[in-house]
Write a protein that binds this ligand. Structure first.
Ligand SMILES: Cc1cc2nc3c(=O)[nH]c(=O)nc-3n(C[C@H](O)[C@H](O)[C@H](O)COP(=O)(O)OP(=O)(O)OC[C@H]3O[C@@H](n4cnc5c(N)ncnc54)[C@H](O)[C@@H]3O)c2cc1C
Length: 455
């Protein structure tokens, strides 16, 4: 598509605050992985002057979002909503040159927080960590936590149905988001933000927007229930020689504790990279597999009973933070090794590492949220063949797994979606999209496979 016509840019920038496009804003046109630059990315990055082919709008309120979408629908102008731009599937960046980038970062007010119920109502552009810091002094924690917390926004979290390390404890955002305010492509504002725990009034429209990845509308407010912080927690790092031992340990821990606050694992390859690139101290430098798990009950008897030989129990808050950085630093450490190809899949827990076996690459590593059966397979390699990518997704599908556990579909996985959604379900999804977005302006090229590319 050609760049956006000048008269449209003029009209849109009258409807909302905007950022003049110079090379310093090129990062809005590519994603965190660097694998999905938009068609205009190079032109913007290298331009010495202002680039006039598209616009970045930064609305301050829901009314401005509404007027932007109304204008875009009337004039068939594509719009990509961008939160913190930490997504890992190329969902929050434009593809074509004529796409308007709608930043939610100016809508960043915490509207209210109820100290009795823990329910927080916030604008979509609030950074997740800001919300975590807001509720903590009152004895609460957000039901979601992830490595990108310092940059990702609550609107982006909801739009991707993000998972993370608290999923095993608090469940998905479908369980914790109580309400939303959403602007649909025709400019209508849907008030789905009543902060009620029970609201059984027909179709759950808010659930439609959780995980919709900017393809159905713009989320402008989120009501979400934060949870009382556990009075006491115990964090342990345990080392294992084989993956079956890890699985047996997880099952034993689940039976013993009933509820786990977190249960993460990583392999030796990931561990070496995090220690090397982030200069972290490792208490267990040579174990083929490591598990980091958090409980609310004292684990000493359990650890004795389980026969765990290599084990460290954090004895201070700073040691807890150090142990967490061994896990949370893995994506960053791997990204320092070269070009990283990522698969975020869910499979039966005992078969997780079989997805990682026999793959070629400079570095091949598996880690993830073991308690949720969520594997992050990472391969560092200068280029990735379609055959290899497809064969990994096909293997996951043959195990009854999902091609996307928590990162969403975006551009990265759209052609593989039929492996995890049957044809009838995909048709219903397309019909819903057509009803809400008949002009097809919201985030084109994301989620849905184009007819020619379906595998
Ligand atoms: C180091 C690192 C660790 C990560 N760990 C995890 C993890 O543990 N679990 C996990 O699930 N993800 C993880 N991620 C991925 C990412 O952080 C999440 O997907 C996050 O929810 C994206 O939020 P964002 O604000 O950055 O959204 P963006 O990347 O800006 O956008 C993501 C998608 O949501 C849409 N969108 C954004 N805001 C809105 C809105 N207000 N309304 C409508 N659509 C919108 C965009 O169009 C796009 O399709 C990680 C990423 C990094 C870099």
């Amino acid at each position: 598509m050609p760049p956006l016509a000048a008269h449209h840019i003029k009209a849109l920038t009258k409807l909302s605050p905007h950022l003049p496009i110079t090379s310093s804003l090129a990062h809005h046109f590519t994603d965190w992985t660097g694998k999905y630059p938009s068609r205009s990315y190079e032109a913007i990055k290298t331009s010495t002057d202002q680039w006039h082919g598209t616009c970045i709008l930064r609305p301050a309120n829901v009314e401005q979002v509404s007027s932007i979408l109304k204008y875009a629908t009337t004039n068939k102008i594509p719009v990509v909503t961008q939160g913190g731009n930490t997504g890992l599937v190329g969902g929050g960046v434009p593809i074509q040159e004529d796409e308007v980038v709608l930043l939610t970062s100016a809508m960043n007010k915490i509207i209210e927080f109820d100290k009795d119920t823990g329910i927080i109502l916030a604008e979509a552009g609030c950074i997740l960590e800001t919300l975590q810091d807001h509720v903590r002094p009152h004895g609460y924690e957000m039901p979601i936590d992830l490595g990108a917390k310092g940059s990702c926004q609550i609107g982006g979290n909801v739009a991707t149905n993000a998972g993370g390390i608290k999923y095993i404890r608090h469940g998905s955002l479908h369980a914790n988001v109580l309400g939303l305010e959403v602007v649909t492509p025709d400019g209508k504002v849907l008030d789905l933000s009543r902060s009620l725990k029970k609201d059984n009034t027909g179709y759950s429209l808010k659930d439609l927007f959780i995980g919709s990845e900017g393809t159905l509308g713009v989320i402008t407010k989120v009501a979400i229930e934060s949870k009382p912080i556990s009075k006491e927690t115990f964090l342990m790092l345990v080392g294992f020689q084989t993956f079956p031992e890890v699985v047996a340990f997880f099952r034993q821990a689940k039976r013993y504790f009933g509820m786990l606050n977190a249960f993460e694992f990583w392999d030796q390859v990931a561990h070496e990279q995090v220690v090397h690139h982030l200069k972290l101290q490792s208490p267990l430098p040579t174990c083929p597999f490591q598990v980091l798990f958090e409980t609310e009950k004292d684990p000493l008897d359990f650890l004795e009973e389980s026969g765990a030989e290599q084990c460290v129990l954090a004895d201070s808050v700073s040691q807890q933070l150090n142990l967490w950085s061994l896990r949370e630093g893995i994506p960053e450490a791997l990204s320092k090794c070269g070009k990283v190809w990522k698969w975020d899949v869910s499979v039966p827990i005992d078969r997780m590492m079989s997805v990682v076996e026999n793959l070629e690459g400079d570095i091949v590593s598996g880690y993830g949220h073991l308690g949720d059966g969520n594997l992050h397979l990472n391969i560092v390699k200068s280029s990735m063949s379609k055959e290899m990518e497809r064969s990994i997704y096909a293997k996951v599908a043959s195990m009854g797994g999902s091609i996307s556990a928590e990162h969403g579909i975006g551009q990265a996985k759209s052609e593989y979606l039929p492996l995890s959604k049957d044809a009838n379900s995909l048709e219903v999804m397309r019909n819903i999209k057509a009803v809400l977005d008949p002009a097809g302006i919201m985030n084109p090229g994301k989620i849905f496979p184009s007819a020619s590319k379906e595998c």
